[in-house]
Design a binder for this molecule. Sequence first.
Ligand code: PAF
Length: 280
Amino acid sequence: MKIIKDVQAMKQISASEKSQGNKIGFVPTMGFLHAGHLSLVRESVCQTDCTVSSVFVNSAQFAPHEDFEDYPRDLQKDLDLLEEAGTDYAFIPKAKQMYPDGYKTYIEVHELQERLCGQTRPHFFQGVCTVVLKLFNIVAPDLAFFGQKDAQQSIILKRMVRDLDLDVQIEVLPIIRDKDGLALSSRNFCFNKRQRQAALCLSRSLRLAQKKITAGEIDAAQVLQTIRAEIEAEPQARIDYAEIVDTNDLLPRETIHKGDLIALAVFIGKVRLIDNLIVD
Ligand code: PAF
């Protein structure tokens, strides 16, 4: 695996890979990698000729009061894991190159960016879309891989790709969970034992919701009540949002349809976790 720190060098490598007829797969990450990220790398290795993985903690997607400084980092371990999973190039740009002095250009996907996570994190998707578009321009991937855990992120990025006629295909891969159901997240490492246990209320509430829907419930309010009751029974948990939405516009549904997104954000202590389910 080659480590690339410079934007121009990365562009040249991508151009050279393309000139040899190679299909480039791309896995953007903010590091502190877990099995969820590595499943994306492995899929890219299967589907493409050359895999680029980036590690860049993107300041633009954190508000000033959020955990940018405290976001967990372990670059050496990330590089080892990326290599093991089959990455050909690890791209680890410097913040100064990504956002040079006087940086003023940001990407917005209106309306979609304001819903769900956008209510509590109004800066977030503008920051994500901006960095992902920049990374797409630098890496020039044919395919880019994202996790279903960040369901809203994938929906917004797909819309950006369509609206801006970008030549990249977005692949969304399933949520990877621990044996007990907790969706893997770099933020899980911030928990003590008690908090980790408390965090299970997210996946538990989604399982109850799916059970209710499978049993025939189509009233979104009823299903949301089940979800809320399950989470509120956990003293360490505070719901940020729990919604059932249409994946096209992310607007709340009254009646549940197949393919709808049940999305949750819940604070466990200071850590905000997300999880979701697509209605089967
Ligand atoms: O999903 C993430 O880890 C980040 O939002 C991404 C896509 C790497 C952009 O910084």
